[in-house]
Design a protein around this ligand. Structure first.
Ligand SMILES: Cc1cc2nc3c(=O)[nH]c(=O)nc-3n(C[C@H](O)[C@H](O)[C@H](O)COP(=O)(O)O)c2cc1C
Length: 199
């Protein structure tokens, strides 16, 4: 698929068929982690792939799926057949930037932004684009900070890995009911000149 077509299809899908995604397809999608950019090539990204229905149900509970359903959405989190949990190990960045070729006046640089989260964002977008290229649909959800420790314990995510978000992947339903309360329907798309300035 051409990139332009993939971008045209990119949107958060909150309605999936229960049909499984072949393991080789999921494998191809998650392998994009090895193509993801990272500051200093720190490679702090960490992924957990979840397909087990019981674990998906637990993730849906932690993400407050009941509230999505109450708002008119389908039970999209528990039905999405594949969940890719995106985490990042911040310490990998500090370790990398304390290596001699990265020191600035003998010290670790000051960070203009937390690049570990920048890289997690770039990675989740690659996962979305790779899934769309496979003819699938994807969405993203998070959990509230107070739920993150339980999510990490459920999946055995080590203490030094921050939970960032979860990418859902699956076959879209043909006629999704888009709830009126999703942000894309409640918020105005900003004009281009509010987002992009030249010179
Ligand atoms: C970091 C991040 C977290 C998000 N978390 C959620 C979420 O928890 N639940 C949800 O329904 N959508 C979530 N979204 C989707 C946004 O609402 C969506 O991207 C936005 O409304 C624009 O819609 P579009 O991506 O379909 O164009 C998240 C998006 C991002 C980038």
């Amino acid at each position: 698929m051409e990139l332009r077509e993939i971008l045209g299809r990119r949107r958060m899908v909150r309605s999936y068929l229960p049909d499984p995604v072949p393991e080789e397809t999921v494998q191809r999608i998650v392998t994009t982690v090895r193509r993801a950019p990272s500051a200093g090539f720190s490679q702090g990204h960490r992924l957990v792939v979840v397909t087990d229905p019981g674990t998906r149900a637990e993730l849906a509970r932690l993400a407050g799926e009941d509230e999505y359903v109450a708002a008119g959405s389908q039970a999209w989190i528990s039905t999405a057949p594949v969940h890719v949990v995106v985490g990042v190990r911040e310490e990998s960045y500090h370790e990398r930037y304390r290596q001699p070729d990265k020191l600035s006046d003998g010290e670790e640089i000051g960070w203009p932004a937390p690049y570990w989260y920048v890289d997690a964002g770039a990675l989740f977008m690659l996962l979305q684009l790779a899934a769309i290229d496979e003819g699938l649909a994807t969405g993203v959800y998070g959990v509230l900070p107070e739920q993150a420790p339980e999510l990490k314990a459920l999946l055995g995510i080590p203490d030094d890995v921050h939970f960032v978000c979860v990418v859902t992947i699956g076959h879209p339903t043909t006629d999704p009911i888009e709830p009126t309360r999703v942000s894309r329907r409640t918020q105005q798309r900003l004009a281009l000149d509010e987002l992009v300035r030249w010179d």
